[in-house]
Design a protein around this ligand. Structure first.
Ligand SMILES: *Cc1c(COP(=O)(O)O)cnc(C)c1O
Length: 379
C-alpha cells in the first residue's frame, strides 16, 4: 500500500459490525476469560483497543516495529529520556522545541544526565561533542524555529560507529515528507498535537522505535509512568491522519507561496524556509525528504514591526502551536523559547524581530491578503 492509502486503510476494520471507522473503547479495564488468560487487553494505562489501532497506524507510517501514543508530545520526549541513567551523556541540537530544553535542563540534568548542545547541521560539531559516555543524539530537522537542516544519514552513520542512538523529533515534516527510521535513526518522536492530528483540537505525542528491544523498554516505561492517550482522543487522531497527505500538500503549497511573497517585502530582512533554493539546507533536505513542510520563520526590520504584524493579522491567529488547519503566527522569543538565555537566543537568531508562521490549509490568496493588510497596517 502506498502512504496515502495506509493513512486510511492500514488499521482496517476490526469488528463484525462492518463499521468503517474504529470503535471507541471507553473501558478502563477488561475482563479475563479465565485465570491466566487475557483478551490481549487488561487495563487501559497499559493498552486500549482504540489506542492500539492508532499506535499500529503510526508504526506503519514511520516504518517502525512499534509505536506508543502519549497524552502529549512532551510526555513522549520524557519517556524517551527515561531510557537513560545518571552519568549518561546526550548530544542535542541547539535549536529545539523550547519544552525539550526545559525538560533536559530542569529535570534530566538534575537527575544526573549530561547534555551538550551543538549545531546538528555541522557534523564536525557533533564529532567534537562525542564522549565515552555518549548514549544518544537528539535532534529536529528542520529545527524550531530557525529551520536548520541536519543530514540524518550522515549523523546516523557517525552515531552507530560510536554506538549511540539517534532520536529524531519528526513533528515538523511528519512521515508524509520524512521517515527518519529509513534514514538510519533509531527512535522517532512526535508532537502529534501538530500535523498528525492536524486540527488544533487534541494534545498527543508518539514514540516510534525500530528495534524491538528498545520498543519493549519504551512500553515498560509507558505502562509504568502512565502518560497514556485516552480513547476518545486516539479516535480523533486516527480520523485526523486519514487526511494527512492532503493537508500536508496544502500546508506546503501555502508555505511556499508565502515564503516567496515575504521575500519580496521591504520590511522583511530574511526568510527561513527549506523549500527556497537559497536556504543553506536546501540540498540536504531535498535528498532526505519528499517535501519542505509548512513552517516558515522570518525576520522583520524591528520589534515594533513584529508587534504590529502580530496584532494586525486577522485570519491568521497569533497563537502558540503549529500544524493545524488554521494558520498561526508565533513570536518565539516571547512564547515558545522563553527557557533559553538571552545569549542563546541571540546566538541562534531568535531575536525580537523573528516571527514563526505555521501555514494552515486555507486558500492561498486569503492568506496573502491577510499578510498584505497586516504589513500595510504596520507602515
Ligand atoms: C509542540 C512540540 C513538542 C511538544 O509537544 P506537545 O504536544 O505540545 O507536548 C515537541 N516537539 C516539537 C517540535 C513541537 O513542535
Amino acid at each position: 500500500m502506498e502512504f496515502a492509502t495506509k493513512c486510511i486503510h492500514e488499521i482496517g476494520t476490526a469488528d463484525a459490525t462492518g463499521s468503517v471507522t474504529p470503535a471507541i473503547y471507553l473501558s478502563s479495564t477488561f475482563a479475563h476469560p479465565k485465570l491466566g488468560d487475557t483478551t490481549g487487553f487488561n487495563y487501559t494505562r497499559e493498552s486500549n483497543p482504540t489506542r492500539a489501532r492508532l499506535e499500529q497506524l503510526l508504526a506503519a507510517l514511520e516504518n517502525g516495529v512499534d509505536a506508543l501514543a502519549f497524552s502529549s508530545g512532551m510526555a513522549a520526549v520524557d519517556a524517551v529520556m527515561n531510557l537513560f541513567a545518571p552519568g549518561d551523556h546526550i548530544i542535542t541540537g541547539n535549536d529545539l522545541y523550547g519544552g525539550s530544553f526545559r525538560l533536559f535542563r530542569n529535570l534530566n540534568a538534575k537527575n544526573g544526565m549530561e547534555f551538550t548542545s551543538v549545531h546538528t547541521s555541522k557534523l564536525e560539531e557533533i564529532k567534537a561533542a562525542i564522549k565515552p559516555n555518549t548514549k544518544a543524539i537528539f535532534l529536529e530537522t528542520p529545527t524550531n524555529p530557525t529551520m536548520e537542516i541536519s543530514d540524518l544519514r550522515a549523523i546516523s552513520k557517525i552515531a552507530h560507529e560510536y554506538n549511540f542512538l539517534v532520536i529524531v523529533d519528526n513533528t515538523f515534516l511528519t512521515p508524509y515528507f520524512q521517515r527518519p527510521l529509513d534514514l538510519g535513526a533509531d527512535i522517532v518522536i512526535h508532537s502529534g498535537t501538530k500535523y498528525l492530528c492536524g486540527h488544533n483540537d487534541v494534545l498527543v505525542g508518539f514514540t516510534v522505535a525500530k528495534d524491538p528491544v528498545i520498543a519493549d523498554k519504551l512500553r515498560l516505561i509507558y505502562k509504568t509512568t502512565g502518560a497514556c492517550l485516552g480513547a476518545l482522543d486516539a479516535w480523533l487522531v486516527i480520523r485526523g491522519i486519514k487526511t494527512l497527505p492532503l493537508r500536508m500538500e496544502q500546508h506546503q503549497k501555502n508555505a511556499f507561496a508565502i515564503a516567496k511573497w515575504l521575500q519580496e517585502q521591504p520590511r522583511v530582512q530574511y526568510v527561513l524556509y527549506p523549500g527556497l533554493e537559497n536556504h543553506p539546507g536546501y540540498a540536504i533536505n531535498k535528498a532526505q525528504t519528499t517535501g519542505f513542510g509548512g513552517m516558515i520563520s522570518f525576520a522583520v526590520d524591528n520589534a515594533e514591526t513584529a508587534r504590529q504584524i502580530l496584532e494586525g493579522v486577522k485570519l491568521i491567529k497569533f497563537a502558540e502551536s503549529l500544524g493545524g488547519t488554521e494558520s498561526l503566527i508565533t513570536y518565539p522569543i516571547r512564547q515558545t523559547h522563553t527557557d533559553l538565555t538571552a545569549e542563546e537566543c541571540a546566538e541562534k537568531g531568535i531575536t525580537d524581530c523573528l516571527l514563526r508562521f505555521s501555514a494552515g490549509i486555507e486558500a492561498t490568496q486569503d492568506l496573502i491578503n491577510d499578510w498584505t493588510q497586516a504589513f500595510a497596517a504596520a507602515e
